[in-house]
Design a protein around this ligand. Structure first.
Ligand SMILES: [Zn+2]
Length: 140
């Protein structure tokens, strides 16, 4: 995971994420992305759109049973959890809370502003504490 520099996100999957994010407004939304890692590139293959259990404009969480079910479905397809997407009412940068959860969930974190859900910024928190910027490549 630490080697990843780019995440590829097909437009169709992004549309599903954006639809979910718009439906959740004004609250934050969360989507979970499964896919494959090849060298430095993470390829998105499936998207899950659980509800934000917090129903909050500043935090998000996923019901643990739902999350477990998503993990299983990703694995059953021979894929891995590669990224977690969520929206922010403010700038699409990790908050202090995000950094804490990034440490225990070492995946690519995609963060969008709620006003621009279609433009996620990618981040990866390395084990040494460095916040690495990940290129998000939207493909057709
Ligand atoms: Zn956040």
């Amino acid at each position: 995971m630490e080697k990843i520099s780019t995440i590829v996100l097909p437009r169709k999957l992004l549309e599903k994420i954006v639809f979910h994010a718009q439906k959740a407004l004004p609250n934050e939304s969360v989507s979970i992305i499964g896919g494959k890692i090849e060298g430095e590139t993470a390829h998105s293959k499936v998207v899950f759109t659980p509800e934000n259990e917090d129903r909050s404009q500043v935090t998000f969480s996923v019901d643990p049973i739902t999350l477990l079910d998503i993990y299983k479905k990703i694995e059953q397809q021979g894929l891995k959890l590669i990224a977690i997407y969520h929206t922010h009412p403010a700038a699409p940068k990790p908050s202090g809370t995000d950094l804490f959860y990034m440490e225990v969930n070492p995946y690519v974190w995609l963060i969008s502003s709620t006003s621009e859900p279609e433009r996620p910024q990618g981040y990866l928190l390395l084990k040494d504490g460095t916040l690495k910027k990940i290129t998000v490549k939207i493909t057709n």
